[in-house]
Design a protein around this ligand. Structure first.
Ligand code: BG6
Length: 504
């Protein structure tokens, strides 16, 4: 995390090794982020990028393809000189986890490149591959000793999401990785932690004296976490149909938000303390029986509809989606956190594709003030008090409270006090990944998930996965693409005499 120091330190010299270098993630996010770091002088002088490519890919061809990607996905105008300097550092090396000797060759090539570039043996291995390749690559890195930290050089492994598909597979992957590297060497990425407002939840809560005293069940009525997307499943049918909204978004992105909101104050602003408190918050999510899980969840699939000028087909008619698919594209959950701070405060979570708008926010709803004082006035209701942490479409914080309407009689209306990041801080547009990549290079893993945090997340969603598996198509709802989601999601809150905030 970019702490408070105005001048950031430049990372140590290192080799940045990318598995999956020809893929979408590398072109869309990794290289544009490295470019942004290069443009702000935050890459070391001695630096090289080693792209693990298929047979026959030349370094020139790889550089061309990365340059095209950069032109397309850069978040700021591309300075040709900076881009050229970065891409000159790129070398393609052939290696395949199914072919063990190719990793022995990789080891040799890395030694040569490091000697030529003076990168001092520090290495970062970035797994930007489909998840099925994580364990086989890690095994080869372990076998060849490429992750062994020696002679003062560090070795780090960056693992993309999804980290497992359920508790058992996440545990198996963690144990596989921990056989070949120490926890301090493993960086499990969740790109939500690269977002400024998400990081700001910690600062908002713990760098201000006024929120923490009321951040508990005495004052908070409930919490709503929303990640609504306008985007439909598009060309990702094959990945999405075997994943669904719950696995794709909840144990990772939504739980990052939940744990930052729910955690106890860490003793120090360091990776150990922060990650311990986050994992504790997730571990305190109350387990649910099958019946409770069904009662406290809504899953739904979108039907054809219109979003702007885009006609969206039924989810089941999307390419690579099974015609009878029961995969959910929307999920709403009611969770309870069973500890002294949160007992009795429901956490409502929802996320879905092909909705009316893109909106991500955490809304904290405070308890209603007593109305009795106004019984002799025309006031018959008070607006709700919300503190809203907005992530999309605008990053900021909004406080909603009641104010007197000017005039001779007592009349009250809800008003808003708003802080927008863009009004206060001038920042170049970023991918959100550069903070994370920079942190890996300086060895700060505060914004990365630790094994226990990942497992606590899967543990909390497991009852829903199990209950839905048993129920099959029964209970799966639908909603129109371009709507606010299924009507049943409203019922989930209505029965508690509450309601969702509007998405748009
Ligand atoms: C990804 C999911 O992790 O996050 C996608 O796989 C989703 O399905 C994306 O669209 C949402 O990220 P953001 O930053 O656009 O909210």
């Amino acid at each position: 995390m970019t702490h408070t120091s105005p001048r950031q330190r430049v990372p140590d010299s290192c080799a940045f090794v990318i598995f999956g270098v020809t893929g979408d993630l590398t072109h869309r996010l990794v290289i544009p982020s490295l470019y942004n770091l290069a443009a702000t002088d935050l890459l070391p002088e001695q630096f090289c990028v080693v792209g693990i490519a298929r047979k026959g890919t030349s370094s020139d061809a790889l550089r061309d393809s990365l340059m095209k990607g950069l032109r397309r996905f850069a978040t700021r105008p591309v300075d040709e000189a900076v881009a050229r300097r970065l891409l000159e550092c790129v070398t393609a090396v052939e290696a395949d986890a199914k072919d063990a000797p190719s990793f022995d060759f990789l080891r040799k090539r890395l030694d040569e490149l490091e000697a030529a570039r003076g990168t001092s043996g520090n290495r970062l291995f970035y797994l930007a591959t489909p998840p099925i390749a994580f364990a086989p690559i890690a095994r080869q890195l372990g076998r060849t000793g490429l992750l062994k930290e020696e002679n003062g050089a560090w070795r780090r492994l960056v693992v993309e999401k999804p980290f497992g598909t359920d508790l058992a597979s996440a545990r198996a992957l963690n144990s596989e990785l921990l056989k070949i590297a120490g926890e301090h060497q493993i960086y499990r990425i969740d790109h939500y932690l690269g977002k400024e407002t998400v990081q700001n939840i910690l600062v908002l809560r713990f760098a201000n004296g006024m929120f923490e005293p009321i951040w508990n069940r005495n004052h908070i009525d409930h919490v709503q976490i929303t990640v609504a997307e306008k985007l439909d499943v598009e060309h990702r049918g094959s990945f999405y149909d075997s994943t669904g909204a719950l696995r794709d978004m909840v144990p990772n992105h939504l739980f990052q938000l939940l744990s930052l909101v729910a955690m106890e104050p860490p003793a120090r602003f360091d990776a150990h303390a922060v990650r311990t408190e986050k994992a504790e918050a997730l571990a305190a999510i109350q387990p649910q029986s099958v019946a409770d899980a069904l009662n406290n969840s809504v899953r739904a699939q979108y039907l054809a509809g219109q979003i702007g000028d885009k006609a969206i087909p039924d989810y089941r008619r999307t390419k690579d989606v099974a015609p009878e698919s029961t995969t959910e594209t929307y999920v709403a959950l009611k969770l309870a956190i069973d500890n002294w701070r949160w007992a009795g405060v429901p956490f409502y979570l929802r996320t879905g594709k092909a909705l009316a708008a893109k909106r991500s926010e955490v809304a904290i709803k405070f308890k209603q003030a007593p109305l009795a004082m106004f019984s002799c006035t025309p006031v018959d209701r008070l607006s709700q008090n919300y503190l809203v942490i907005g992530i999309e479409p605008t990053e900021g914080i909004e406080l909603q409270f009641n104010a007197k309407v000017p005039g001779p009689t007592i009349s009250i209306d809800g008003v808003e006090m708003t802080f927008h990041y863009r009004d206060y801080f001038k920042a170049e547009p970023s991918t959100g990944y550069e903070t994370l990549i920079y942190d890996c290079m300086i060895g700060d893993n505060i914004l990365f998930q630790r094994a226990d945090g990942v497992e606590a997340g899967w543990q909390a969603v497991e009852p829903f996965l199990d209950a839905w598996k048993q129920a099959g198509a029964q209970g799966l709802k639908t909603y129109r693409a371009g709507s606010e989601g299924p009507a049943d999601a409203n019922e989930l809150l209505k029965r508690d005499r509450r309601s969702w905030r509007k998405i748009c």
